[in-house]
Design a protein. Structure first.
Length: 309
């Protein structure tokens, strides 16, 4: 218990600093705007040329940091708001969700084209933090977005597309959605998966059991956030995703969406988690820069729905 108390103290100290997190991203945000504006104006990323006629790559296949950087910034703003005001910042999470939609749509298409072009799977190229896009889509009640994100993980989880960390929380998010969706087609790719009992009983009517599951998820996140980088919990190595209990919120939201009662759950690291649940869908938002970028992508023949079909 003493060990856990020390980890919680370290977690809470780091959590207080999260309020100033967006300030640290200010320069990155401005640099990303320059990068995206360059693409909008020139139809290609900065410093990139495409000259392989045998294997022509679409210019948007080189978009990476331009989208992932904006995702991290908007999520970080939402997280700072949560730490400060104890409410879900749905507006900034919706921006995060929409940037993530295009980021993961491009990643998914690139993975499919990699096998067609080279006959091999490109392993370990999807960020482990990308799973939180799926969780966010669930939290905001955006079923279509959640389905699109899930398709990437459904196709790639068993093929090791994701650069896994030693955390099992990312696996949990993917496998929980698979089970709640009713497919149950995915199996853990790690030995001694930490959350199989939660997956098997996610729809339990025993609120004492559900509370124990929520405690397990939140305690593990506290431990992983408080751990040094050498522990290899990649998705919790920087400020993003550390202080929002995405896995617990996703479990509670899916239960509510399927008509199951939820406990009134408090945790010393996150406060009252149940009170954070959103009851109405929050439409994904595009900021002005993303609107212009998507328009440019469509000019170049990019059609996310057709390409992902």
């Amino acid at each position: 218990m003493l060990i856990m108390d020390k980890k919680l103290e370290k977690f809470l100290r780091k959590r207080k600093r999260a309020i100033k997190g967006p300030e640290k991203y200010k320069n990155i945000f401005e640099d990303n705007i320059v990068r995206i504006t360059h693409y909008i104006e020139h139809g290609k990323t900065q410093g990139e040329e495409f000259s392989n006629e045998r294997l022509p790559f679409a210019p948007w296949e080189k978009l990476n940091i331009e989208l992932s950087g904006q995702c991290k910034i908007y999520e970080n703003i939402a997280q700072a708001s949560l730490v400060k005001d104890s409410v879900i910042d749905a507006e900034h999470l919706s921006y995060y969700l929409n940037y993530g939609y295009y980021e993961l749509a491009i990643a998914h298409i690139k993975q499919k084209r990699c096998f067609i072009r080279f006959g091999v799977e490109n392993e370990g190229v999807i960020s482990p933090g990308s799973v939180f896009q799926l969780a966010t889509a669930v939290l905001l009640h955006q079923h279509d977005y959640a389905q699109q994100f899930y398709r990437l993980f459904e196709n790639g989880y068993m093929k090791n597309w994701i650069n896994r960390s030693k955390s099992h929380i990312g696996d949990f998010i993917i496998l929980l959605f698979d089970r709640a969706k009713g497919d149950n087609t995915l199996k853990p790719i790690v030995d001694d998966f930490a959350y199989q009992s939660i997956i098997d009983n996610w729809d339990s009517t025993d609120l004492t059991k559900v509370t124990s599951y929520l405690n397990q998820l939140c305690d593990d996140q506290v431990t992983q956030v408080a751990s040094p980088p050498s522990k290899m919990f990649f998705e919790f190595d920087n400020m993003n995703w550390q202080f929002t209990p995405y896995s617990a919120l996703m479990l509670l939201t899916l239960r509510a969406q399927h008509g199951f009662e939820n406990p009134d759950f408090d945790h010393p690291g996150f406060g009252n988690v149940t009170s954070l649940l959103l009851t109405q869908p929050i439409a994904p938002q595009k900021d002005e820069v993303l609107e212009q970028l998507v328009a440019k992508l469509h000019e170049q023949g990019f059609n996310e729905k057709a390409l992902l079909a």
